[in-house]
Ligand binder design. Structure first.
Ligand code: HEM
Length: 435
């Protein structure tokens, strides 16, 4: 709870409302023009940071701007990254401060470096092809359900060392958890689903202690903080975080980009014709849509940051999405300019919590987008069937983006068979490692 500070510029702002979704990104300009660090009385009161420079400055000070989430009363009452706070579970090391947070990152970094991520390129290519093959003869696909949900989820399972076919079990609870706002009547049910998923993951981690498959879960089990093993609850919440991070963000980026390209056929053509445009276009879609909209923080001591005074325990929302539309940094910020450069966007966050999965995200997105453009070049989105998330306050995404296109020929097996083939391949690699 943050009492309204004297002299603060007070604005009406709540990232979970339909007004925010409909008014994005214009709503940010209005707030920023009043003050780049304003105060919203919603959800018990919090500061909302929309200025790019102010956000960059604040994200540097992890000692004063904390991610901690005090679930067991041992961490000074801090409320973590969600506004309003979610007192049910922790978002793994995203809700820890250094040095604890860095112990987890150290374990995971080797799996997420550019070189490590390249190892998974064949899997991403194969499942992208398989998803398209399942639909290419019919001339109809839902870009979210049939492609963007599937490929990142199967990839995450593989990297964790979980059975690939289990992606289905985690998919819907993970998406529902981000698109269901706290005031929705569905919220209690969705929370139940998330708890059930966490329990299932706890069982998987327990089982992996006896029979670990190569992957990030095994590495976490073998990891340590100053010589002591990482605690069970830290491992389980981190696996949940990796599922959330891995599943929903790249999905949203692809859905948003394909939706935009539907309305801009000449830009779609350019992307197909100009090979190198995909790199700058990826950064521009990241900037413009900012799939992970921002993060909550707690101020640890009375202080002045970026020219603003804060008090201990104040809550703050770092809006990466609105900072990404700051006209002081991005000329014509509300235009998508596929060859925009430079593009110092904040879509992967800033500071010590900057996204650890950015290499993976970029690779997956570029492969999926490239294949859709190559194989379904004339797709048309069926507007009547498009469903955007009710709340984009956590993730700016879609539940459905259905499209039609001229039917084409298959190039290989579908998803069910690809799952069997890839599981056999992953198991064979595991057996080789054990010999
Ligand atoms: C387009 C795709 C993605 C976007 C836009 C994105 C965005 C972000 C952002 C903004 C943060 C910082 C959150 C904050 O400061 O509160 C973050 C952190 C994180 N992301 Fe991603 N992410 C993406 C893909 C991924 C993938 C594929 C993974 C899977 C490995 C992943 C795993 C994580 C993790 C574990 C963190 C926490 C890092 C830490 O606290 O040190 N992300 N991501």
């Amino acid at each position: 709870m943050t009492a309204q500070p004297e002299n603060a510029v007070v604005v009406e702002f709540d990232q979970h409302t339909p007004e925010y979704r409909l008014g994005f990104p214009g709503i940010g300009h209005d707030i920023r023009s009043k003050c780049p660090v304003a105060f919203s009385p919603s959800h018990g009161g919090y500061w909302v940071v929309t200025g790019h420079d102010e956000l960059t400055e604040m994200a540097k000070h992890y000692d004063l701007v904390s991610n901690e989430h005090d679930l067991d009363g041992s961490r000074r009452g801090y409320e973590g990254i969600s506004i309003p706070s979610q007192n049910q579970s922790s978002a793994g090391f995203l809700e820890m401060d250094p040095p604890e947070q860095l112990a987890y990152r150290r374990v995971l970094n080797p799996f997420l470096s550019p070189a490590a991520v390249e190892r998974w390129r064949p899997l991403v290519e194969d499942f992208t092809r398989a998803c398209i093959d399942d639909h290419i003869e019919s001339g109809r696909i839902d870009f979210v359900e049939d492609l963007a949900n599937v490929v990142p989820a199967v990839l995450t399972m593989a990297m964790l060392g979980l059975p690939l076919a289990d992606w289905v079990i985690y998919c819907e609870p993970t998406h529902a958890a981000v698109y269901t706002p706290p005031h929705s009547p569905d919220f209690p049910r969705v929370r139940e689903q998330s708890m059930a998923m966490a329990m299932r993951l706890a069982e998987c981690v327990a089982a992996a202690r006896h029979d670990p498959r190569p992957g990030m879960i095994k590495a976490l089990i073998e990891g340590d903080i100053d010589g002591s093993p990482l605690p069970d609850e830290g491992i389980v919440s981190t696996v949940s975080l990796l599922i959330g991070g891995g599943f929903d963000t790249t999905t949203s980026l692809l859905a948003s980009s394909l939706d935009w390209l539907d309305g801009h056929p000449e830009q779609r053509r350019r992307l197909l014709d100009e090979d190198r445009l995909i790199d700058t276009a990826t950064e521009e879609f990241l900037r413009f849509y900012t799939p992970a909209q921002g993060g909550g923080r707690t101020i640890t001591a009375d202080c002045e940051l970026a020219g603003f005074r804060f008090r201990e325990a104040d809550r703050v929302f770092l809006s990466y999405a609105l900072a990404n539309h700051d006209p002081g940094v991005f000329p014509d910020p509300d235009e998508i300019v596929l060859d925009r450069w430079p593009n110092r966007h904040a879509a992967f966050g800033m500071g010590v919590h900057r996204c650890i999965g950015s290499n993976l995200a970029r690779m997956g997105f570029k492969i999926m987008l490239g294949e859709v453009l190559r194989r379904l070049p004339d797709y048309t989105v069926e507007r009547a069937g498009v469903v955007q998330y009710e709340s984009i306050g956590v993730i700016n995404g879609f539940q459905h983006v259905p499209a039609t296109f001229t039917p084409g020929a298959r190039e290989g097996v579908g998803v069910s068979e690809a799952l069997v083939q890839w599981q056999a391949r992953v198991d064979a690699e595991r057996d080789e490692q054990e010999i």
